[in-house]
Design a binder for this molecule. Structure first.
Ligand SMILES: Cc1cc2nc3c(=O)[nH]c(=O)nc-3n(C[C@H](O)[C@H](O)[C@H](O)COP(=O)(O)OP(=O)(O)OC[C@H]3O[C@@H](n4cnc5c(N)ncnc54)[C@H](O)[C@@H]3O)c2cc1C
Length: 493
């Protein structure tokens, strides 16, 4: 038997995690998934709109990869969300037109969608719009209705993918930052990291905002990634009115526009803005007055009514990795054998991720001129953490009798129990944010002010680390400064 092909995938975002999952289906690969953060999915994949787009947005002539992979990805998500128990609402989207100019754009989008082979697209009039979405602005004259669009929580998707690929043999290496690429005789040999050298026959560069920097480490690339900031506002779960469809304006040349949608957790969300930042602002996730005002004004035009501003519980910003040329960059290099880019993953990167992963597999197949052997024991399934809040009263009583830690509510807003937090830690959470993204604790009205300390105590106990060392999101964000009483003790002795 030939030795396994060692593949190092850089970046545990939605793209890297999807690639690792697809490679884990075959006997031929030994896969390392490398992530510089202490947890998975904390890059671009953490802060975005979470829409599984239908696929009419992208011009096939200008952006062939975006156009093709979005539609293919949308189809694959139907299967993947079922296998991986990822909550999704296949609620459909409406692009709204308010005047003749915008009607023309709707028709262009429709024709583009047909060329991209998007199913069930339809242009509808004001009456039908109201039936589909009662809270839509009365001034909307027509809409492009795309029933195949869906709403997902992007971090749920990354967590599910990584849990599944680890179950299938992928080695996840957290807190591992790639700092160099070793090339010998025109072939990739491995990666220099803060944790030592990692051998690799192939390196998949799916490092989000830093993909150009990684390609440069091999003396390759020739493209730049620029951050484009998108800001959002999110309302508390009880805030009304909500929308049951995803509402878009007609798009601009740089963005699909500010969306009004309801998250899978039932919160109304509006955003994103689109502001180009300088290349060195790849960590600039601060919110701005202008950005938030723009989001509010734009969203107000799409609906009859937004909930009052006092019902906003959080704002946040995400950064799109905008590549030179605008299309996804998925390719191998002639100059160096073994480096493959999965870069420039701006929108619709989340939608396209499963299809991107299959495209990477095909590049490997054609490079090695080989057919890979499916693993007999590959397990496509993974179940998410059982949510106490979603159970019936009878199911809750039964569960508490079996495991009393389900009877202790830690996050009152989201009704998250101690046992769910323990389960999140068992599955890899080591920080407050790690618990938050796995359980929804801290995502309610109080945004963690009543439960953060309780979660910290559980993390400290379960991971056997001092309480003050528990962090929000890794080194530098610890909740304490150390054992302050030691100063007092020292003075006494
Ligand atoms: C505002 C906004 C809205 C969007 N809305 C949508 C949408 O509705 N639908 C849609 O389909 N797409 C959407 N997108 C696009 C989508 O979010 C991205 O395409 C996708 O998340 C990119 O995933 P990724 O895995 O390539 O990048 P990332 O999630 O950033 O993953 C890359 C990972 O690599 C790690 N990394 C970087 N450098 C190194 C290194 N040197 N060593 C080790 N690890 C490293 C990072 O820490 C990161 O975790 C949106 C994006 C934004 C910003």
């Amino acid at each position: 038997m030939r030795r396994p092909i060692h593949v190092a995938v850089i970046g545990a975002g939605i793209v890297g995690a999807s690639i690792a999952r697809v490679l884990s289906m075959f006997e031929d690969f030994e896969v390392d998934l490398l992530e510089r953060e202490v947890d998975i999915g904390w890059g671009v994949s953490k802060a975005n709109t979470g829409i599984i787009h239908a696929g009419y947005d992208d011009e096939p002539e200008l952006y062939p990869l975006r156009a093709k992979l979005c539609v293919e990805g949308n189809k694959l998500w139907h299967k993947w969300t079922e296998e991986l128990d990822i909550p999704i609402r296949w609620c459909g989207s409406l692009v709204l037109a308010f005047n003749n100019e915008e009607m023309k754009i709707l028709k262009e989008l429709y024709n583009r969608g047909v060329r991209n082979k998007v199913k069930e697209l339809k242009i509808i009039g004001a009456e039908e719009i109201k039936t589909l979405e009662p809270n839509v602005s009365r001034e909307a004259e027509a809409a492009l209705w795309a029933p195949t669009a869906g709403q997902i929580s992007p971090w749920d998707a990354v967590i599910a993918l990584v849990e599944n690929c680890v179950m299938n043999g992928v080695r996840l290496r957290l807190s591992t930052e790639v700092r160099g690429i070793k090339i010998e005789g025109g072939c990739v040999r491995g990666l220099e990291t803060n944790r030592g050298f990692i051998e690799a026959d192939f390196i998949i560069n799916s490092s989000g905002l830093y993909a150009d920097k990684i390609a440069e480490m091999a003396g390759l690339g020739g493209y730049r990634i620029k951050p484009r900031r998108g800001e959002y506002l999110i309302f508390d779960r009880e805030a009304e009115p909500k929308v049951s469809r995803i509402l878009f304006p007609t798009p601009t040349p740089i963005s699909k526009g500010v969306v009004v949608t309801t998250t899978v957790d039932g919160n109304l969300m509006i955003g994103p803005s689109a502001q180009d930042l300088a290349e060195d602002q790849r960590e600039e996730r601060a919110n701005t007055r202008e950005g938030l005002d723009y989001v509010w004004e734009s969203a107000s035009k799409l609906v009859e009514k937004l909930p009052p501003k006092s019902r906003v519980i959080r704002f946040f910003a995400g950064l799109r990795p905008e590549p030179t040329g605008g299309d996804f960059i998925i390719r191998k290099y002639d100059e160096v054998f073994g480096l493959i880019d999965a870069a420039g993953m701006r929108s619709p990167g989340l939608t396209s991720a499963p299809a991107i992963a299959h495209m990477i597999l095909n590049i490997l197949k054609s490079t090695l001129d080989a057919d890979f052997k499916p693993k007999k024991c590959w397990n496509p399934y993974r179940r998410r953490i059982r949510r106490f809040s979603e159970l019936t009263p009878e199911e809750r009583s039964k569960l508490v009798k079996e495991e009393p830690r389900y009877g202790r509510i830690i996050c009152i807003d989201k009704m998250v129990t101690e046992m769910e937090i323990i389960e999140a830690i068992r599955r890899g959470a080591t920080t407050i944010d790690g618990v938050k993204f796995r359980t929804r604790a801290c995502m309610g009205i109080c945004q963690g002010s009543s439960c953060t300390h309780k979660i910290a105590l559980i993390i400290s106990r379960e991971l056997k680390i001092p309480l003050w060392k528990v962090s929000i999101r890794g080194p530098g964000t610890e909740i304490g400064i150390g054992d302050v009483k030691s100063l007092f003790r020292r003075r006494k002795t």
